[in-house]
Design a protein around this ligand. Structure first.
Ligand SMILES: Cc1ncc(COP(=O)(O)O)c(C=O)c1O
Length: 491
């Protein structure tokens, strides 16, 4: 769809009017402290009011649905406002994760203090590649990593760093595996027959990582799952033997904790022991469920994670942080330094002492990165480490309660008992094709916007999928959701 000259003129004249009214077209005005103060106070007041009403669920609108092209066409009009009006207009069109009826994808409503941390982070714009460009951020990051690695049962030698997203954390884990198992790969290119074994339910970023590294689609060997959608670990030996016989060099196994579709947690003990026996790198994709390490009650679900060589984990799924806030952790911190051995004279001095923790770009795929550590540190410093335990435990408990509500309903069916906070179910009280019925229920609910739920396909069948991400959701909301689904099905 082309942008016409008329569209451009409309936007430009709107911007001009705003500039004339506010006199914001000079560099000095851009950096005007009073205007910033005023807009900032108004924005915080506005968001605080919205937080109250979202928590209470009073406006009953989680997703203000708009048809995509209509919304795009309306953007021209958004420039007419002052800064606070602009933000309000954007807010009105955003999906609201703080509403207890938000139960869709895996992002959680961030703790408000992290939004303030985000403001400081963006304002300071510390680049973090080298210590000089992010002294406070680097120190907080190292402080956090030392404590978080201990939560996973790693010892003194452990290390790691923060990064933007589980996808990048998992790719970095795979790059570290390659550096350890094929030391020549980084300099000389690589054998193209490398491979990693994953469960058939592994996140697609593992497939992408293998392709990015030049292993092609065959570089990801999928192991079928059991009826709980966990890797069938009984097939590990034969899968490895078959791959080796076919000329593959398997260098790693990735366990998933937990899977995206169903929240299933692989048997990490079994995978870890298998990797030890065969001298394979053991990576855990803990993007979602790594957070469970913080829950005293549910920590046993991750038994065996301490055997991992590397773990990717997100703070934005269950640990109260906004996206993207992730980390990649190594049992042996030195493995991270081996991954990228590059000279960049303008940035990283070759003269430095061995393994300096404070120049993060030595270990990370990223060069510039935001001060991610402040988001997590602000939660820990202001609310205490305990809130991670409380939040993770509550979300998993809530999912179990929702499962009970579904089990009590004759016209609903659970796909499997939830292991974490992801729950798949479907409406069965209809004569028609249940795949179509459930898909169309979900479509109607999206357009209606009161509840936000998603869907997935399991063994060819369409299921409604919820991630209980909002600790302010209650059993009453789950009942209300089922009632609404019934209504939509009848419609
Ligand atoms: C199991 C799993 N791994 C990796 C990812 C990717 O994480 P991110 O979205 O933080 O890149 C996800 C995201 O949903 C996931 O569920």
């Amino acid at each position: 769809m082309g942008i016409t000259r008329r569209d451009e003129l409309r936007f430009e004249s709107a911007v001009l009017k705003t500039q004339q009214r506010n006199n914001t077209n000079t560099i000095n005005e851009i950096y005007d402290a009073d205007a910033f103060r005023d807009a900032g106070h108004r924005l915080v007041d506005f968001l605080a009011d919205q937080l109250d009403s979202m928590k209470a669920g009073t406006n009953k609108q989680t997703l203000p649905w708009a048809e995509p092209t209509a919304l795009l066409n309306s953007v021209d009009g958004w420039a007419t406002a002052e800064a606070n009006k602009l933000f309000e207009q954007v807010f009105q069109r955003c999906i609201r994760l703080h509403d207890p009826r938000y139960m869709g994808h895996q992002l959680m409503p961030p703790a408000p203090v992290t939004a303030l941390a985000g403001m400081l982070t963006d304002f300071m714009n510390n680049g973090m590649g080298v210590y000089e460009m992010g002294p406070a951020g680097s120190a907080m990051e190292q402080w956090l990593i030392r404590r978080i690695t201990a939560k996973f049962g790693f010892g003194e030698a452990a290390g790691g760093f923060m990064t933007h997203g589980g996808t990048l954390a998992n790719l970095t884990g795979m790059l570290a595996a390659r550096a350890k198992q094929c030391p020549g790969a980084w300099q000389k290119g690589e054998p193209s027959n490398l491979a990693v074994m994953v469960s058939a339910q592994a996140h697609y970023c593992m497939d992408r990582a293998a392709r990015v590294m030049g292993w092609g689609g065959e570089g990801v060997i999928q192991i079928p799952c059991n009826d709980q959608f966990q890797m069938n670990v009984d097939l590990l030996e034969q899968t490895l033997a078959k791959a080796t016989a076919a000329g593959k060099k398997v260098i790693a196994v990735c366990g998933t904790a937990c899977t995206t579709s169903t929240g299933s947690i692989d048997d990490l003990q079994a995978i870890g022991r298998f990797c030890q026996r065969h001298n394979l790198w053991f990576h855990v994709d803990g993007a979602h469920g790594g957070a469970i390490a913080f829950s005293d009650q549910y920590r046993p679900l991750l038994d065996g994670i301490e055997l991992a060589d590397s773990i990717g984990m997100d703070f934005h799924k269950m640990l109260l942080a906004p996206s993207l806030t992730s980390a990649v952790l190594f049992k042996n911190g030195k493995d991270a330094y081996r991954t990228f051995t590059q000279d960049a004279d303008y940035l990283l001095s070759a003269q430095q002492e061995e393994d300096p923790w404070h120049d993060v770009a030595r270990r990370s795929f990223e060069c510039t990165k935001t001060m991610l550590s402040l988001k997590v540190f602000s939660i820990v410093a202001i609310h205490g480490w305990d809130v991670f335990d409380k939040n993770v435990t509550r979300l998993i408990d809530l999912a179990a309660s929702f499962a009970d509500v579904i089990k009590d309903a004759d016209d609903f069916e659970l796909a499997l008992a939830p292991q974490a906070n992801i729950l798949c179910f479907r409406f069965t009280g209809a004569e028609d094709d249940l795949n179509q019925v459930n898909a169309s229920i979900r479509k109607t609910m999206i357009e209606e916007g009161q509840f936000y739920i998603v869907q997935t396909v399991l063994q060819g069948e369409t299921w409604l999928r919820t991630t209980i991400s909002n600790p302010m959701s209650t059993v009453a909301h789950f009942r209300e959701l089922l009632e609404r689904i019934r209504d939509r099905a009848t419609d």
